[in-house]
Design a protein around this ligand. Structure first.
Ligand code: AGP
Length: 607
């Protein structure tokens, strides 16, 4: 996924573009570039690496009121300056930035070469620039429209030309684009986050839509050239929530925000007297959910791990069979679905291409489509029949933390709501509601141990491998803990069901292998203790997450981090916190870029 920003107005363009790119850098940071007009002449600066590298090359004081900027997550072509955006047509008449993949770029490129066009880069984006130029006579918007009707694949593009230096052209198919409406100035970005300092009034472009943007006007059309009127929505992004504040990294801030964000995930939804939760976003389709024959949760990465926890909740409380599927697998395996199936798409960003495609496939087969998302108005949220927003606020750190716990809370409140309509009694419901209400203070008790957890991390930072083991509801926590460690510290880590260790992974155990056990007191606690003894018998390095007063666990563990006792269903919401902190501190000690780990992007909007 890439970051896109465009500006037209009376202010100096470079400070606006660079501030926007900094806020979008979580979307991809292999390379960056900006282009603007200086008395009609095209100026462009690009750099490999982070946005700061680009900033060092710029004179922010230049007087220009129109420009575009891009920060890239490489898809076609290595992260080099030549492959960095913006890209220019070979005749210099068209300049564009692009997020997405043009799937038929090779055939288009061949045809353009036959017509004498030349290319400098390996990118699909440059093909689009030359394709627009090939169709550009005196109307840039018309040329963009023609080109968009020739390409297959996903794009969010912003296009400018020195021949029409008073407008930006935007077009959207599959990759997000918003138009920010200002006073005597207008903006374009791939995420409203980039515009929060300047305007909260945004137009969200849908697939197949484009906009012609001047200082004082925004004309929206379809790529079929039909004029359309679009609603200007007011975003609620507070600037302070997208700043690091006193934290060294967004990830640490977001870990510590969880005392508030889990509360925001259930605020206004719990009904303590009735031992249930009300979820307005799915109430209209509740009859179809209650009577579903099957529920499928589809997601990627951390959201997939949250879905695995949701599987336990939904099956236990609703007795409806649940499966959890990687979205990238689900969409290609011709799943057996019908109108009695409910498909839940889980996505923090709401822009993950695999998840978006999976839910479109489910819709084609007649299933009811629900979304559990964080970003309001995101592509996945807009594609679903109904859904639940998790209200975690902008999550900037590439490694997901607060979104995970808020997704799990949303799944629990959903399972409780359905279960209490079926056969879950009020006392069982009240027990869950009461534990949810205590959750913020329980999390705070863990965060208060941050210094001790950091001291443990200091002893683990040199290791190159790690195993995470848990059972039942804590098996997905093992997977999530392993993902956190590997994606920010680059240590190879694997999560397994604790019992599964005996069927192969135990061969890895020696005194150099850290093994993290998630072992709160529950009905299978003694089984986990047996697994720990098996690891100790092979001199493994055991780090356990358990409850206070567990003398046996303390005796068997090199390090023990305790979490408060809570309802068994809420244990994952607590046991994950130490693992988030351990991964963070280990990565910091290893000198890794915690907020923008190598090769990653915050949301993968390409397949
Ligand atoms: C999580 O730490 C990773 N950054 C990644 O696995 C992420 O969860 C995955 O790409 C799904 O993103 P989404 O929730 O925005 O769809």
């Amino acid at each position: 996924m890439c970051g896109i920003v465009g500006y037209i107005g009376a202010q100096k363009v470079l400070p606006i573009l660079m501030d926007g790119l900094k806020r979008l850098e979580y979307r991809g940071y292999d390379s960056a570039g900006v282009a603007w007009f200086d008395n009609g002449a095209l100026k462009m600066v690009k750099s490999v690496g982070k946005v700061n590298e680009l900033g060092r090359k710029l004179d922010y004081g230049i007087e220009s009121g129109l420009g575009i900027g891009h920060t890239r997550w490489a898809t076609h072509g290595e992260p080099t300056e030549i492959n960095a955006h913006p890209h220019v047509s070979d005749d210099g008449r068209v300049v564009l930035i692009h997020n997405g993949i043009i799937e038929n770029y090779a055939s288009l490129k061949q045809k353009l070469i036959e017509r004498g066009r030349t290319f400098q880069s390996e990118t699909d984006t440059e093909v689009l620039a030359n394709l627009i130029a090939e169709n550009f006579t005196d109307d840039l918007a018309a040329a963009v429209r023609v080109a968009c009707n020739l390409v297959e694949g996903a794009y969010g593009i912003v296009v400018i030309s020195p021949e029409q230096p008073d407008r930006l052209i935007a077009a959207k198919m599959g990759s997000p684009l918003v138009i920010g409406a200002g006073n005597g100035e207008n903006f374009i970005a791939s995420d409203a986050l980039a515009l929060a300092k300047h305007t909260h009034s945004v137009i969200i472009l849908e697939d197949g839509e484009m906009a012609e943007v001047t200082r004082d006007n925004i004309v929206t059309k379809t790529i079929g050239n039909r004029l359309i009127s679009k609603v200007i929505q007011e975003t609620a992004i507070e600037v302070d929530r997208i700043e690091k504040g006193n934290y060294p990294h967004y990830m640490l801030k977001e870990i510590f925000e969880q005392t508030r964000t889990v509360k925001d995930a259930f605020a206004g939804r719990l009904l303590p007297e009735e031992g249930t939760a009300h979820l307005g976003g799915i109430s209209d389709v509740m009859p179809r959910i209650e009577n579903a024959e099957r529920i499928i949760i589809t997601a990627c990465g951390t959201s997939y791990h949250a879905g695995l926890i949701g599987e336990y909740y939904l099956e236990e409380l609703t007795r409806i069979p649940v499966e959890v599927e990687y979205a990238s697998e689900f969409r290609y395996r011709n799943p057996i679905l019908d109108e009695k199936t409910v498909v839940i798409a889980m996505s923090q960003s709401g822009e993950t291409a695999d998840t978006l495609s999976a839910l479109k496939e489910a819709r084609r087969k007649g299933a009811l489509i629900l979304g559990i998302c964080n970003v309001v108005g995101s592509s996945i949220a807009r594609e679903t029949d109904a859904g639940i927003y998790i209200h975690a606020g902008p999550e900037i750190g590439v490694a997901s933390t607060k979104a995970f716990t808020s997704q799990v809370v949303a799944l629990l409140t959903m399972a409780l709501n359905i279960g209490r309509r079926k056969h879950i009694g009020i006392s069982a419901g009240k027990a869950i509601v009461e534990s949810l209400r205590r959750l913020p203070e329980d999390i705070q008790q863990i965060l208060d141990q941050a210094d001790e957890i950091r001291n443990i991390a200091l002893q683990l930072k040199e290791h190159q491998n790690a195993l995470y083991l848990g059972r039942g509801l804590n098996y997905p926590v093992a997977l999530e803990g392993a993902l956190k460690l590997k994606e920010i510290s680059y240590i190879h880590a694997e999560g397994y069901p604790a019992a599964e260790m005996k069927h192969g992974p135990i061969a890895l155990i020696d005194n150099n292998m850290p093994v993290f056990f998630i072992a709160p007191r529950d009905e299978i606690h003694d089984k986990v203790i047996s697994n720990i003894q098996e690891v100790n018998a092979r001199k493994g390095y055991v780090i356990s997450i358990g409850n206070p007063g567990d003398a046996r666990l303390r005796e068997l563990s090199r390090h023990l981090i305790t979490v408060p006792v809570t309802h068994p269903f809420l244990a994952p919401l607590l046991t994950v916190i130490p693992l988030q902190l351990l991964a963070y501190y280990i990565a910091v000690e290893r000198g890794c870029d915690v907020d923008q780990p190598r090769n990653l992007a915050k949301s993968v909007t390409v397949e």
